[in-house]
Design a protein around this ligand. Sequence first.
Ligand SMILES: [Zn+2]
Length: 451
Amino acid sequence: MKVRVEWKVDTTVRSETLELLDDELDADLFVSQLSSLTEVDPSGFLGDICVVRGGFRCDSISLPSDAGKLREDDTVRFGFCVDDNNIESLAASLQSMMKGIQSPNVVNAASRRFMQRIDGALATRRRHDDNTLVSKARRIIPIEKIESEAASTINATISLEERRVRALLKWFKSKFFTWVDKPQCIGCAKNDKMRCVGSRGAQTPQERRGLAGIVEIYACDRCGGATKTFFPRFNNPGTLLDSRRGRCGEWANCFCLCAVALNMRVRYVMDFTDHVWAEVNVDGKWRHCDPCENAYDTPLMYESGWGKKLTYVFSIGDNEIIDSTRRYTKKWPETLERRSLVSEAWLRNYLSTLDASMRNSRSLWSPAMREQELGELRSNVSAADTGMRKVGETVGRISGSAAWVESRQEDGGGNDAAQRFKRIFQTLVESGLDPNAAAAETVRRLRGGNR
Ligand SMILES: [Zn+2]
């Protein structure tokens, strides 16, 4: 079918006829896709709205009166306020969006929730490019120390780029950030008797500035339970530069900002089974980096070490998004079975549209590079699994207390040997040893070396 799209820029009206494969198109889907372009909640489109993204201010959309479906010869009207020199790129974005939504699968509440989760991660990643926050990070990070450690490393077999990332990871975990299962009580300054008794939204100015999504509320049994301690889960990486504590969300968020501050190309990686980490481009390849674990390039650690049953993993850069799940699993068919939130066809379509809309003229990440990466990801799972794992990929989770890790069943088995391994390994890593070396040393000690 053919659909007419009109957009009004000040008093000029431009229009374009787009050929879509479908005979009709769910208007809901159209609106959801549009929300990924304009960054507004789908439900917000029906009133008077005003959103800003990439310089495009959209202040009205009118869908055809026959609500629910777009059909042949329908017209969709947009009101945009943009600079004259932005009109062409707006037109290009709209066209790529319209192309991307052809032959979709149904959109429903589940796919809407799916998109909202991704939107949240996109918003997080965008903050890492905020110049004010990057400057703040540069004032706080001991850049010279990290650079000189990277430059002076004796191991010349690895590249300087890799040594910089490793030095940043090490500093971040050993000197900068602190893991918090439960916060310290404001009454007695201990945390061993803290109980989480609920949560609330951000209320104080500090919580709002820090973009706290939720504020966890704790009671201390040591103090009788009357005193409440609040633990805001900040999403503003600038606030995290000061608070320097949290769980994986805070760690990955702040680490990405620090990596950007060191001029690294970084991606924020969101895993739908409740973990986040980063990827840094090292010598042209995206390398897994988990700041909570001081782990570098051990992508199979979640599946093989922690025993995670991964589903969806998305890597979000400054102007790209890619489904990188296959970098993190050797059990792709099983993983695919668990991916039941949305159809794979819908997901591919959605991601490629979103990816296209994120690209801009400054993009260093060309379509050819994307294709190359997708090829690598495909071959990663089509290659036979030899069962070989890097040492760091076989250990359970080290961040968090043993009880917390066990409660999440991420300890890689939970038996005594695993716990003993973990304790020794963690101590060695905290003393500054590289995780691979620490794992080898742990094995040596467990086999009867010095304890
Ligand atoms: Zn207390």
